[in-house]
Design a protein around this ligand. Sequence first.
Ligand code: HEM
Ligand SMILES: *[C@@H]1O[C@H](CO)[C@@H](O)[C@H](O)[C@H]1NC(C)=O
Ligand SMILES: *[C@@H]1O[C@H](CO)[C@@H](O)[C@H](O)[C@H]1NC(C)=O
Length: 333
Amino acid sequence: MALSISSFLVVLAALALSPLCFAFPYGGPFLYPQFYDHSCPKAQEIVKSIVAKAVAKEARMAASLLRLHFHDCFVKGCDASILLDSSGTIVSEKGSIPNRNSVRGFEVIDEIKSALEKECPHTVSCADVLALAARDSTVLAGGPYWDVPLGRRDSLGASIQGSNNNIPAPNNTFQTILTKFKLKGLDLVDLVALSGSHTIGLSRCTSFRQRLYNQTGKGFPDFTLDPAYAAHLRTRCPRSGGDQNLFPLDFVSPTKFDNSYFRNLMAKTGLLSSDEILFTNNPATMHLVELYAAHNELFFQHFARSMVKMGNITPLTGNKGEIRMNCRKLNHQ
Ligand code: HEM
Ligand SMILES: *[C@@H]1O[C@H](CO)[C@@H](O)[C@H](O)[C@H]1NC(C)=O
Ligand SMILES: *[C@@H]1O[C@H](CO)[C@@H](O)[C@H](O)[C@H]1NC(C)=O
C-alpha cells in the first residue's frame, strides 16, 4: 500500500473531525501533498529535475506539459488517460481533434516515469506525474508555486469521444466554453484564471485562421482583433496552407509566465477567439481580465487555486484504476 500508517492516521483524524468535505482544503480527503512522503520521498525532486532539464533544452516544453494536465483532467478526470497509446480496445486520446498534431511532451513524461520506477517501483502514478510536471513547468516559466495534492491513480481506459467533446475548442462560443468548464465543476473565475496559461506556449495557424479571413461568411471582420496585429498574423498564416505554422499565444513574452496575456486581451491582441472573448463578451470576465492585467499577484493566487481545483477533477483513488508502470500502456495488456 502506498499509504503509510501515519498518513493513514492523518486521513482518519481528518475524516473524524469533519464529516463535511468543505473541511478538506484540497477538495477531497483522498488527495494530499504528502502522499509520497514515505513511499517515495524523492518523487517530487525527481519530477522537478527532469522537467527542469527538458525546459532548459526547450522553453516551450513548460507550456506543453502544463497543457497535458488540462487535457488529461477534462477527460474522465485527472487519470493519465491522455497518455495511453492505442492498443487492443484502447483508442488513444492522442488522435482526438484537440490533441492531434498539437499535444506534446510525452517523451518527457516517459523519462520521468522511468526514473521514478527505478527509485520506487510501482508507486507513483502517471496522473500525479502530470500534475507535478504542470506545477513545476509553471514555476520554471516564472509563475506561481502551489503544493500539489497527490494520490491519483491511473485509468484503465481512454475516451477519444470525451476528448473531442469536453475540451473547449478555440472557436467555441463563450457560453459553450463556460458550460464545458462548469461540467467539470469549474466556474467563471477558474475559466479566466486558467486561460492565463496562454501566457506561455504556441498555437498553430489552424487554431485561429477563422479570425483572419472571411471564410464562413459571417462574423468577419473580427472587430475584437487589432487590424495591425491581424495583418501581421496573415503574413505567416495564409488563407490556405501553413496550418502547422506556429505563433506565440502571448506575443509580448512568449516564454514568461506573467500577466501580459491579460494586457494583450485588453489591447485586442489575444490570439485565439476563445482568449479574446474573455474580454469582449461578458462584463464579469471582462472585469477579471482587467483585474489580472493590473494585479499580477492576484492572477498568480487565483491561478494556483484554480490549478488545484482542476487537478481535483474526479481522480481515481483507493483501489480504483492502477499505478501504471509504463504511462503509455496498461499493466496487463
Ligand atoms: C478555455 C478554453 C481553452 C481553449 C479553447 C484552449 C485552446 C487552445 C489552443 C487552440 C491551443 C493551441 C493548440 C495548437 O494550435 O496546437 C492551446 C494551447 C495551449 N493551451 Fe489552451 N485552451 C484553453 C484552456 C487552457 C487551459 C485551462 C490550460 C491550462 C491549464 C491551457 C494551456 C495551454 C497551453 C500551455 C498551451 C500551449 C501549448 C504548447 O505550446 O505546447 N489552455 N490552447
Ligand atoms: C470551428 O472550427 C472547426 C475546425 O476548424 C470547424 O470545423 C467548425 O466549423 C468551426 N465552428 C464554427 C462555429 O465556426
Ligand atoms: C464575406 O463573405 C460573404 C459571402 O461569402 C459576403 O456576403 C460578405 O459580404 C463578406 N464580408 C466581407 C466583410 O467581406
